[in-house]
Design a protein around this ligand. Structure first.
Ligand code: GUN
Length: 295
């Protein structure tokens, strides 16, 4: 079994991006700037935003976070998004999800200028991704594809089971894995909450991308020997072994499943860091387009 180390790959991506920022500075170009909107007090969302902003600082990107209380109105958020859309100094904008129930998340994320939509959630980016055109690929699926590439994991002709059909992960990654591209060309099955006999599918799969949202859902008895496991889940579960009183686990029963597989992503330290790496790459991509179009 080989551990697919997202943390290590993130460190490598950061070095590459830091050097890009330095090259831009030598040409008197400002650094890329990522903005984030954070609503409410969800501890997980706060942690993700902090990690994204810290990474920006480490590589010399500018960043800004706009924080709102749980009961913010849609109009207030839209006003801020419009302001950032117009800004010549900001290249990328993300609105951390989930949003409170009274806010229409689609409405909010679709109001971000698609040219600054570094999360790749806007219908223009999604549509362009489906057509294989230049676009912002959503950060988590982009990160998964980068891990497969980095570890030289064969995907062509393989059966790939994606579990979970969210707009953020399952749906886009199922499209990316089935594309006619070198690190893709898989035969994809997209399973979801209404899928019958899921275990018969997991047992047949060469690659499983688990984005189910249930801790330790995938057991060793459900997977075939030598398969590749990409675990997108991240859950806090109580633990008496840590100071915080909890530990992070994925959708996969890692300790048992790892004994059977060829590659597996750990939680934490697998897909999560790669989501950040992809967001940073998308922000640089956007900055170059915005800055170079004005020079
Ligand atoms: N919440 C969980 N994953 C993501 C993500 O990739 N982007 C944003 N904006 N929110 C999320």
């Amino acid at each position: 079994m080989e551990l697919v180390d997202g943390k290590k790959l993130l460190a490598k991506v950061k070095l590459e991006l830091k050097s890009e920022v330095q090259k831009m500075a030598h040409s008197n170009l400002r650094p890329p700037h990522l903005s984030a909107i954070l609503v409410g007090d969800d501890p997980a969302s706060k942690t993700y935003i902090n990690a994204k902003i810290k990474s920006c600082e480490e590589i010399g990107f500018n960043s800004s976070v706009f924080k709102y209380s749980e009961n913010v109105s849609e109009t207030e958020l839209l006003n801020k998004i419009h302001e950032i859309n117009q800004s010549k100094e900001i290249d990328g904008l993300i609105v951390q999800l989930p949003l409170p129930k009274h806010i229409n998340s689609d409405f909010i994320t679709h109001s971000i200028d698609y040219k600054k939509d570094v999360d790749g959630f806007h219908p223009i980016n999604m549509g362009r991704m489906v057509l294989g055109l230049d676009c912002f690929v959503p950060a988590t699926p982009f990160g998964i594809m980068s891990l497969l590439e980095e570890y030289n994991i064969e995907t062509s002709g393989k059966s790939c089971l994606v579990i979970g059909r969210s707009h953020i992960v399952g749906t886009p990654v199922s499209i990316l894995m089935s594309r006619n591209k070198k690190r893709a060309n898989s035969t994809v099955t997209l399973a979801h909450s209404k899928t019958k006999n899921l275990t018969s599918l997991t047992k047949e799969a060469d690659i499983i991308i688990a984005a189910i949202g249930i801790p330790h859902f995938i057991k060793d008895t459900m997977v075939k020997k030598g398969c590749v496991i990409i675990d997108v889940g991240i859950h806090r579960v109580p633990s008496d072994k840590t100071k915080s009183g909890y530990r992070l686990v994925g959708d996969v029963d890692f300790d048992k499943v790892k004994e059977k597989v060829s590659f597996i992503t750990p939680v934490p330290g697998g897909v999560g860091p790669m989501t950040i790496a992809s967001l940073l790459k998308n922000t640089l991509f956007s900055a170059k387009k915005i800055i170079y179009s004005r020079t």
